[in-house]
Design a protein around this ligand. Sequence first.
Ligand SMILES: NC(=O)C1=CN([C@@H]2O[C@H](COP(=O)(O)OP(=O)(O)OC[C@H]3O[C@@H](n4cnc5c(N)ncnc54)[C@H](OP(=O)(O)O)[C@@H]3O)[C@@H](O)[C@H]2O)C=CC1
Ligand SMILES: CC(C)(CO)C(=O)C(=O)O
Length: 311
Amino acid sequence: MTDKPSILIVGAGAIGSFYGAILKRAGCSVSTVLRSEYEAVKENGIRISSPLGDLSYRPDQVYRDGDSPQSPPDYLILCVKVLPGTDRAQLVRPWMGPNTRLVLIENGLDIERELAEAYPDNPLISCLAFIAASRTEPGVVEHKAYGKLVMGSYPEGISEDCRTLSDLFIEGGIKVDLTEAVVGERWRKCLWNTPFNPLSVIANGADTRTILDTEGGEALIRAMIREVMAVAEAEGYPMEESLIEQNIEGTRKMPPYKNSMALDYLNDRPIERDAVLGNVVALAERHGIAVPHLNTVLVTLKMRASLEGRA
Ligand SMILES: NC(=O)C1=CN([C@@H]2O[C@H](COP(=O)(O)OP(=O)(O)OC[C@H]3O[C@@H](n4cnc5c(N)ncnc54)[C@H](OP(=O)(O)O)[C@@H]3O)[C@@H](O)[C@H]2O)C=CC1
Ligand SMILES: CC(C)(CO)C(=O)C(=O)O
């Protein structure tokens, strides 16, 4: 038994498995809800290679999507991909208790609203993951680099629940930045994700270096970042101009990198097109802001998906 909060990870893929391991290291009981990898994890646990060492662990309970819990967790951490076919509010319903804090570690913009509306009485904590991790086999995750979380209560503030969770992640060995304005932080992260992730798919899984070094590539990224900034400003989150340079220079300093959407595309998995790009274009339309580059990329991705028979 432990006096630490109980954790349930719903969607223990690369991100869920990794952050579950960190909380396990902090002494929490960590259980998982799985779908295709249920059998593998039930049998072998979760294996994670990482620069932090071997983070492999056996979840305290291994559930399958559709099971019923023994008791609701203190913190439910949702780490599924944000896809139109996935009803996330419905997915967590069997596991939510009256005191369960709902935590999102997922990419994208405007992705909290449906959960906040479905669970108005449960505290909602939103997190942004700065990490390179991927699934290599069922139940096996490779953590390559980074791992910091940016975390805040949704829609704003930093609750005691949020501080407690942050302390646990820090105890488990990662860096956490707490923020009073997590929605603004989502916009800041999307200055990177919204241009780079979709472009890497259009370019057949291109890495960051290929995108920036191709003639016209850097100019295209700059134009897309500017458009995201214009929408962010209309939403009440003005961004400093210097962030354009910071994003480009920061990316140039990294080794060539394939983002999570590029990896999904290359592994024939659905991509988070709407969470990362479509929602920004929809907000631009609502504000009457022209985003020609973002729109071109979005429509091209839709054409591509229809040719490939994807959603
Ligand atoms: N990987 C990375 O480096 C980064 C990822 N992110 C973001 O983190 C989030 C999670 O990404 P990531 O971990 O890489 O994605 P993965 O695809 O590795 O993991 C998602 C997991 O959710 C599971 N899942 C989906 N639907 C259900 C369901 N109904 N019941 C149970 N499990 C389900 C999937 O199972 P199944 O195998 O059955 O599909 C899979 O195990 C995304 O929003 C991503 O954009 C952010 C920063 C970096
Ligand atoms: C920022 C980055 C590249 C890794 O943390 C990411 O969010 C992704 O791979 O989608």
